[in-house]
Structure formats: C-alpha cells, structure tokens
Design a protein around this ligand. Structure first.
Ligand code: FE2
Length: 220
C-alpha cells in the first residue's frame, strides 16, 4: 500500500487537479454505491481513491495540456487506466479485493455506449464498480475549476449527467446518481460553496453518513 500511496502523491504532484480529485471521486462514488450496491462499498472506495494513479506515467506535456489532445497524445492518455490496473495488481496488498479493485481502475473510462477506453466495453460488460466511478469522476470534473473553464454549479452538472445517460453513463445509475446527489441538499450546498474542494465539508471525514467506506484505503 505504501507504493500505491507514493504513486498517488506523485500523480498529484504532476497534476494539482488530482490532489483532491481522488478523495472527491471516492466521496461521490461512495454515496452512489451505498444506494445501489452497499456490498461493493470497499471496492468502490479503494478503486476511486486510486483510479488515476496511472497518470504518473503520462508525460506532463500531455497531462497538463490546456487544449485538445491530438491522436498521439490521446494514445498516451489512454494508457493511464491500464497502468493503474497494473500498479494495483502488482501491489497485491488488497487481498481478495485486489482483482475487483484492479478491474474497476482499468475500466473507469469505459462508456455505456462502447465508445470509451481502454477496451471499448459496453453496457453491463463494464464492471459495476467502474460504472459508478465513471459517474463520480465526470461529476467531479464538471464541478471543479479547471484552467480552461469554471466549475459548473452542482445542479447544472447533474443535468449534464442526465443528458449523458445511456450514452456515456449507465442510464439507471445516472438517474440514481442524480437522485442521491441532487437530493443531498447539504452536499449540493457545500459543493456550490466550495467547501467540498477546500476539504471543510464535514461528511468527507470517515464515518460520515452514507459514505462509511470513504477513506477505506487508509486501513490497508
Ligand atoms: Fe482517469
């Protein structure tokens, strides 16, 4: 686990966006997972917390490029879930959960319509944990300030999630995500107030309601 933690930190040093991104994705994914498949909570929490560690091998000029990536650059970017899976498998530290966590990391950029990467899986061929993380990952990207655009308000990002249901996202999960996240008035308020990103939103801490497995990786 020490090696994984080091990679997580190294990736965050390359791209400051990743600093809080892993934890925020674990938070959003944890809330959805608690509503749809509580038994997957630890797998989802751990995989979400490390899903982008493979970015440690993506060159800075690609990772931090503010504009569109060309095809050669995309090739490098598309490697990160595969590298992430490999890091998890080699760590072996997660015991019997290791395989499920590794697969969730590998497939977190697959799309429901089959147009994702690295394997162009579609529909329910994509592991459920990966489908959950894909939603949480995109929602965090939309609700976070990036160098090229301002963060969306939570309500706007949730509308975008629904607009992408059945294309990018599992439609049933997308609907549930909107219900769970949009129905959490305190979370929506904290997101829009910037408290989630500043780390001052209290339920982010372990044991918060509905996110019991959040931060589970710290136990390994
Ligand atoms: Fe990713």
């Amino acid at each position: 686990m020490e090696e994984l933690k080091r990679l997580r930190m190294a990736a965050a040093r390359k791209d400051r966006y990743l600093e809080g991104h892993h934890d925020r994705v674990a938070l959003h994914a944890g809330l959805l997972c608690a509503a749809v498949s509580p038994k997957l909570a630890v797998v989802v929490s751990v995989a979400a917390s490390f899903h982008d560690i493979g970015k440690v091998v993506v060159p800075d000029c690609v990772l931090l490029k503010p504009g569109r990536l060309d095809e050669r650059e995309w090739e490098k970017m598309r490697m990160h879930p595969v590298i992430g899976e490999d890091c998890i498998r080699r760590s072996g530290i997660l015991g019997e959960l290791n395989g499920a966590v590794a697969l969730a990391v590998r497939h977190h950029h697959e799309r429901w319509d089959g147009a994702g990467y690295p394997d162009r899986l579609a529909g329910e061929d994509i592991p459920l944990a990966a489908r959950i993380i894909a939603l949480a990952d995109s929602f965090d990207a939309m609700t976070t300030d990036r160098p090229y655009r301002r963060a969306m308000a939570a309500a706007e990002a949730l509308r975008e999630v629904l607009a992408c249901a059945g294309k990018q996202f599992d439609p049933a999960l997308a609907e549930k995500f909107v219900l769970v996240t949009g129905g959490n008035a305190e979370l929506v308020r904290a997101l829009d107030a910037g408290e989630v990103h500043r780390g001052t939103y209290a339920p982010v801490r372990r044991g918060g309601k509905g996110v019991e497995a959040f931060g589970a990786w710290r136990d390994f």
